[in-house]
Design a protein around this ligand. Structure first.
Ligand code: ZN
Length: 283
């Protein structure tokens, strides 16, 4: 499932093909994904110029000169492919249409954007740009971890008296937007905080230390994603899935990478999801 760095990478890959370009033809091949598409989506997209792409949490937002914003969520299995981009960054021939190509955008610069999603947990919607932040999916989100509203005081206040494990608190999208299972595990490892520790019982100084660590974990992954965009092995034009090594995620029973720690990475289940951590150095 794509997390914030993967979505950021997809957005950066789409930007050169979409920003400034007009949607010449929008093809919408089914009535819905996770939710129904908005009325007349193809007509509303066709002829619109994409002003800018931005990201909020795990949503990609394309502001159009029509006053509307296209919201895209990749869901569990959504994939974006760019073909025919004249800027040469993704100089791929248009591939043959595939099963599950639900939305296809032909841009006036020759690029084609294809959204393929076999499991259909993804979503697309059209919102009024001026009030996009009030959309039901966006209004509930806490601050962006890489933005200025995410800081020590915010996290300390959010954790105060919280009885739930810190792992759940960090996955709470109202506290911090866009963090998922993988990067929460990695951030807790770097901060040496056990995922089982109750959020309300962590000293303020340790909570504060999470802020730069969370940022760095995400920035490291975004950097790995950026390298993948330049990588010719990504030659099929598909965006957002890249090789990245983790310190604890999916490393059950392997040795801890903390210097001089004799610990072994352990997997536990919390709220139905796997947590990976080192019980020796994460307290
Ligand atoms: Zn350890």
């Amino acid at each position: 499932m794509p997390e914030l760095p993967e979505v950021e990478t997809v957005m950066r890959g789409l930007a050169p093909a979409m920003e400034g370009a007009v949607v010449e033809l929008a093809q919408v091949n089914r009535p819905d994904l996770r939710w129904p598409f908005p009325d007349r989506m193809a007509e509303r997209l066709t002829g619109a110029r994409v002003k800018v792409l931005r990201r909020r949490s795990k949503y990609i937002l394309a502001d159009l000169d029509s006053g509307e914003t296209l919201l895209v969520h990749l869901g569990m299995s959504g994939r974006m492919t760019v073909s025919g981009d004249p800027l040469g960054r993704f100089a791929h021939e248009h591939p043959a249409a595939q099963k599950h190509d639900h939305v296809v955008l032909d841009m006036d610069n020759g690029a084609r954007i294809t959204f393929n999603d076999p499991r259909r947990f993804g979503a697309m919607d059209l919102l009024e740009t001026a009030t996009a932040g009030q959309h039901k999916l966006l209004a509930v989100l806490g601050p962006e971890p890489l933005g200025n509203d995410f800081h020590e005081d915010h996290l300390i206040a959010a954790f105060k008296d919280k009885n739930s494990p810190v792992k759940s608190a960090l996955l709470d999208q109202g506290i911090i937007a866009g963090l998922g299972n993988i990067y929460v595990c990695e951030a807790l490892f770097r901060s040496q905080i056990s995922p089982r520790r109750k959020a309300g019982q962590i000293a303020a100084g340790r909570i504060a230390s999470l802020v730069p660590i969370i940022r760095q974990v995400l920035l490291d992954a975004i950097e790995a994603g950026g390298s993948s965009l330049k990588d010719f092995r990504q030659a099929d034009g598909e965006l957002g899935y890249f090789q990245h090594s983790f310190d604890v995620y999916d490393r059950e029973a392997q040795p801890c990478r903390s210097p001089d720690c004799p610990g072994v990475i352990t997997r536990i289940t919390q709220s139905g999801r796997s947590s990976f951590y080192c019980p020796q150095c994460q307290r």
